[in-house]
Design a protein around this ligand. Structure first.
Ligand code: GLY
Length: 380
């Protein structure tokens, strides 16, 4: 007989952030140990549902057994599907394997897919859920900081095309997000720091007070405890508010892309490798968006210095020279930027800022000015 596996104990009341999307509304439940409530919450939302958990081999080692026990304790039947860890799993072949495995697990329209993992798993599980039987409900259990503050919320799901990232996908909202901050304890320090790039972004794009709070409290966020929960809750509230007013990104939701146009170009230029993680690229991209905004005369004072010194203190790259192995030349970067955001008559769309917490969508940025700016920054 095997010994019962340990189920984590919840240590504090969770923070619940609602995502107000009418008939697609759902809660994000945040806190240390909240995974222990997964079975009961699923039972309350879908009393007769069985579940299939999609996870990767690395996350499975840390969390799968405990999650299966929690579901069983809540009276929820589960099976699981394992995929290889990493961005490489967001491809057609793995998507097919996952869809076939969901069907083989006899998951019907009233059942649930559970995404247990980081952004790759959430995107893949969400898109499979959107597709199998023309749409299954799903629950997000994000296990990385980046997934807890960004990718698990808002319903963007998908896989990569040979021609670019996230080009095949669907908007498909989860019915519940369980963000257990204790699950972040198993992340490497570098992965945690990369997720923090997305946390700081919320302050930079729309909440100067939160950015000031981050400057004062980031060490406590890294250490865990209530500061970490607060940072995740503020980030999720900010994202939930933007998603509630612009679910399909016809306007304001683009603000969430602050730092992403420069960032994606560097990330793609590094082959989406360990040389530059997504959150690191976003941090570098945010510094550049503020520097470019200053160069355009949009902001002054000490904003650029604050952005740069906070992100550097937090251990994130803030200049092109910080990227391991260097960055591509300006021609390649301009090609990558053009692929990421369409150029219309020499004009590009970027998220720029008039100050910390005052980002806006600029759809008339001169490509020649971006080129001159990048030439300067690459040489620094
Ligand atoms: N990660 C950007 C968005 O969800 O819109």
């Amino acid at each position: 007989m095997t010994a019962p596996r340990a189920v984590p104990i919840r240590s504090s009341e969770p923070i619940v952030v609602p995502v107000a999307l009418a008939e697609r509304a759902y809660d994000i439940v945040i806190g240390r140990g909240v995974i222990a409530t997964l079975g009961a919450r699923i039972k309350a939302l879908r009393p007769n549902a069985k579940t299939v958990i999609l996870t990767d081999e690395t996350v499975a080692k840390h969390h799968l057994a405990a999650v299966e026990d929690i579901l069983a304790a809540g009276g929820v039947a589960s099976s699981h599907i394992l995929v290889a860890p990493g961005e490489g799993s967001k491809n057609y072949a793995t998507f097919e394997t996952v869809c076939e495995a969901i069907i083989a697990a006899r998951i019907e329209r009233n059942d649930l897919v559970v995404a247990l993992g980081g952004g790759v798993i959430g995107d893949l599980a969400g898109f499979a859920a959107a597709s199998v039987r023309r749409g299954l409900d799903f629950v997000q259990v994000p296990t990385s900081l980046l997934a807890q503050v960004d990718s698990s919320v808002g319903g963007k799901t998908g896989i990569n095309s040979r021609q670019g990232k996230n080009l095949i996908g669907a908007f498909h909202q989860p019915i519940l997000v369980i963000a257990d901050t204790a699950m972040l304890d198993t992340l490497s320090p570098r992965e945690f720091r990369a997720g923090y790039g997305e946390v700081a972004k919320y302050g930079l794009l729309g909440d100067a007070d939160f950015f000031a709070w981050c400057e004062a409290n980031w060490r406590d966020v890294y250490a865990g405890g209530s500061a970490r929960e607060h940072a995740i809750a503020v980030s999720c509230r900010a994202k939930a508010a933007i998603v509630a007013r612009d679910e399909r990104e016809t306007g304001d939701r683009a603000l969430l892309n602050l730092g992403h146009t420069f960032g994606h170009a560097f990330e793609a230029g590094c082959g989406y490798s360990q040389r530059l993680l997504h959150g690191e690229a976003v941090a570098l991209g945010c510094v550049m968006a503020f520097q470019f905004s200053e160069r355009q005369g949009l902001l002054g004072g000490n904003s650029v210095a604050r952005v740069r010194s906070h992100l550097a203190d937090a251990g994130l790259p803030t200049r092109a020279g910080d990227v391991e192995g260097g960055v591509p030349n300006v021609d390649r970067l301009m090609d990558l930027i053009a692929q990421d955001k369409k150029v219309k008559r020499g004009k590009l769309t970027f998220i720029l800022a008039r100050g910390i917490g005052e980002a806006f969508v600029a759809d008339d940025v001169d490509a020649a000015e971006i080129r001159a700016f990048l030439e300067e920054k690459i040489a620094e």
